[in-house]
Design a protein around this ligand. Structure first.
Ligand SMILES: NC(=O)c1ccc[n+]([C@@H]2O[C@H](COP(=O)([O-])OP(=O)(O)OC[C@H]3O[C@@H](n4cnc5c(N)ncnc54)[C@H](OP(=O)(O)O)[C@@H]3O)[C@@H](O)[C@H]2O)c1
Length: 337
């Protein structure tokens, strides 16, 4: 069986295609023929090493994929041959809060991932693909979409009529835009690119700000909210943007802390959170239960993920390079079979 593995810490050069032995099937396991996979910013970090809890070497790359059940163990009850499934991001996080041991089981980092022709996983570690999505669309869901769902609806308890600020137009941010609009929220999107902001408007953004042209973008957010600030910030920038995100949030608002895209070593002045009773909540992807709840919402509302580009299996390194260039909007996908 062919698989792309991260074999060192040399970034994209650490990715190698290998022939690996087929995994044996336990009584509660399912063999999935992988059809598609998708990339997340995290995958660049995994390949460069030093990524929290994700340093196993060699490790089959990528957390996010979709495929078809081709074999089931003799005690399996949840799945049948031919079922269309996605592995969950954290293999052992089924519901409720996680713990350290559970968070060691992240696909494509702590344990083997999905960029392989087949994977064997416990039957508990899969969810059914929404019926309106194809494999390429479904492969975008396990990390970016579940993270956006967790932030907005589990941690955030987003209500219709509230305002959400989304930073940039990557995977998590575009899912946040789509999910928040479906829930009846107003959405403000920032980007360094006017062309991407135009596309964000087509996807439902109510207002947009170019953060390169307006380095003090938090002031523009306050203007767009009559001086009040937003109810929620989907914070993917990290230390480089957090202080402005707090200034863009209303008194009592929530900043969902998700990623570090900008200046990891920047100094943060967190006092705005104190004086304005704001909540800063760290978000790490989500559980199987969150994934299943999200899939019901996607299916009911016929939401289709936004795919930027699709690469063949053999061109995994090119797909990583495309992600690193940050020219994409939404998700970059690999077609496996
Ligand atoms: N905690 C979790 O569970 C979790 C889950 C998923 C992702 N993450 C993290 O969240 C972040 C985003 O991940 P992703 O996979 O969605 O990334 P991605 O698809 O690679 O998106 C990158 C985009 O972020 C935007 N960006 C870069 N610097 C920015 C800045 N200073 N301000 C605003 N936007 C900026 C750019 O959009 P424009 O070109 O439009 O400016 C860029 O294209 C990463 O740090 C990732 O590790 C965390």
């Amino acid at each position: 069986m062919r698989a792309w593995r991260v074999v060192s810490d040399r970034g994209i050069e650490a990715l190698e295609m290998s022939d690996v032995p087929e995994e044996t099937l336990g009584t509660h396991d399912v063999r999935v023929r992988m059809r598609s996979a998708s990339l997340n910013y995290r995958d660049l970090g995994v390949a460069s090493g030093g990524y929290y809890r994700n340093n196993r070497r060699p490790v089959i790359a990528l957390s996010d994929g979709a495929g078809e059940v081709v074999e089931v163990g003799n005690q399996v009850t949840r799945w049948r041959m031919g079922d269309r499934v996605c592995p969950i991001f954290v293999r052992d996080w089924l519901e409720g809060p996680p713990n350290d041991a559970v968070l060691e089981t992240c696909l494509g980092g702590g344990i083997d991932g999905v960029l392989a022709e087949q994977r064997v996983l416990p039957e508990s570690a899969l969810v059914r693909i929404p019926s309106h999505l194809d494999y390429e669309e479904a492969a975008t869901l396990p990390c970016a979409a579940v993270t956006a769902w967790h932030a907005l609806f589990v941690s955030g308890n987003l209500q219709p009529g509230q305002t959400v600020l989304v930073l940039g137009t990557g995977g998590v941010s575009i899912f946040s835009l789509q999910l928040a609009r479906q829930a009846g929220a107003r959405v403000i999107v920032t980007s360094a690119s006017d062309a991407k902001l135009e596309r964000a408007k087509q996807l439902g953004a109510d207002a947009t700000i170019n953060y390169s042209a307006h380095p003090d973008w938090h002031l523009a957010v306050r203007e767009l909210t009559e001086g009040t600030g937003v109810d929620h910030v989907v914070e993917v920038g990290g230390p480089g943007t957090l202080e402005r995100s707090l200034k863009a949030a209303r008194v009592g608002g929530a900043v969902h802390l998700i990623g570090v895209l900008d200046t990891p070593t920047a100094k943060i002045g967190p006092l705005s959170a104190v004086f304005n009773c704001q909540r800063i909540q760290g978000i790490y992807v989500g559980s199987r239960a969150m994934f299943e709840d999200m899939n019901r919402a996607l299916e009911t509302n016929r939401v289709h993920p936004v795919i930027d580009s699709v690469f063949p299996f053999d061109e995994a390194r090119e797909a990583y390079r495309a992600l690193a260039s940050q020219q994409h909007l939404g998700k970059i996908v690999l077609r496996i079979s």
